[in-house]
Design a protein around this ligand. Structure first.
Ligand code: MEV
Length: 314
């Protein structure tokens, strides 16, 4: 049997992180230039399935049964096995990802989706994007506790999405190409910990936190039609507003604030932290002509700056 190769993109949330956990809407987009790759082949020399994790420092090889049950790889494989209701023949899975971990870019969802697509191909099962997303949601629960479901959705479908828990997923067609820049704060925080911190703040100050969460959700609703018209200027204003609310929510950091300031001062239409926060990346939206200037400025304070373009719908 030939090896099966799959990949899944990173993502960034443009509007609505944290608020989405409490039933408010959120908008996320895929980052196709940044992805996780998986190769699966049958294991012919041993009965044990093996995972090879490719890192900058070299390859790490593990028996899957020896990995912790809550590890991303083992969790994704066992959720897949549970969902399809059949044991998998022994295999070797090789995982390589360029997506920074615990940085707000959907690394766990991307790796899980790529593993599940590869496993589906390995056992000759044709699963839809919606089915893959539903299984990846189960593995996201192992990683993040009570995820909203937006990460597995945007990563599985690889399309801009308008997501509200309990409502059908909406795909957003892009009126014009949009240009973005991501900049790493160099800080890392687990989404699960930051979501738990927001939950505690909400218990301590329900009126203040609920007001912030619904203001954030309203921004997603306002942004929806701006995505359709490709109005980068207006989207930018709303992104900066979203950042201010996330800051009030207590999930920004001094570095993330500096990165957003730098992007705005060098010409971005708007900028905000993305994902859980307390570290990770900032995302800015700008005119294509400003990408170089903004990148040059951000590189003075960020160890990793990435620009990408979201193409319009043809
Ligand atoms: C997801 O990338 C970020 C949060 O909104 C958590 C979630 O939606 O599960 C903070």
């Amino acid at each position: 049997m030939p090896a099966i190769s799959t990949s899944a993109p990173a993502k960034t949330i443009l509007f609505g992180e944290h608020a989405v956990v409490y039933g408010h809407p959120s908008i996320a987009i895929p980052i196709s230039s940044l992805c996780a790759k998986v190769i699966i082949q049958p294991s012919i020399t041993t009965n044990a399935s093996i995972a090879i994790l490719k890192n900058k420092a070299g390859d790490e090889e593990y028996k899957i049964s020896a990995l912790p049950e809550n590890s991303l790889t083992r969790g994704a494989i066992s959720e897949f096995e549970k969902a399809v209701g059949q044991p998998l023949p022994p295999f070797i899975v090789t995982i390589s990802s360029h997506i920074p971990i615990a940085a707000g870019l959907g690394s766990s969802a991307s790796v899980a989706v790529a593993i599940m697509r590869a496993l589906a191909g390995f056992i000759g099962m044709n699963l839809s994007d919606a089915e893959i997303s539903a299984i990846a949601f189960q593995s996201e629960k192992i990683q993040h506790g009570s995820p909203s479901g937006i990460d597995n959705s945007v990563v599985s479908f690889e399309k801009p999405v308008f997501f509200k828990k309990g409502f059908p997923l909406e795909f957003l067609a892009l009126g014009k190409a949009l240009h973005f820049i991501l900049a790493d704060s160099g800080e890392r925080a687990l989404t699960k910990d930051v979501v738990a911190a927001v939950r505690e703040s909400r218990l301590a100050k329900p009126a203040k936190i609920n007001m912030l969460l619904s203001k954030i959700g309203d921004l997603s609703t306002q942004a929806k039609s701006l995505i359709a018209s490709g109005n980068a200027f207006a989207l930018g204003k709303l992104m900066t507003e979203n950042h201010a609310h996330l800051k009030d929510l207590g999930v920004s950091t001094i570095t993330l604030d500096k990165l957003t300031e730098s992007a705005l001062q060098s010409g971005a239409f708007g900028a905000k932290l993305c994902g859980g926060g307390r570290g990770g990346f900032m995302v800015a939206i700008c005119k294509a002509q400003y990408q170089k200037k903004i990148t040059d400025e951000l590189e003075k304070i960020s160890p990793h700056v990435i620009s990408f373009k979201l193409k319009e719908e043809n």
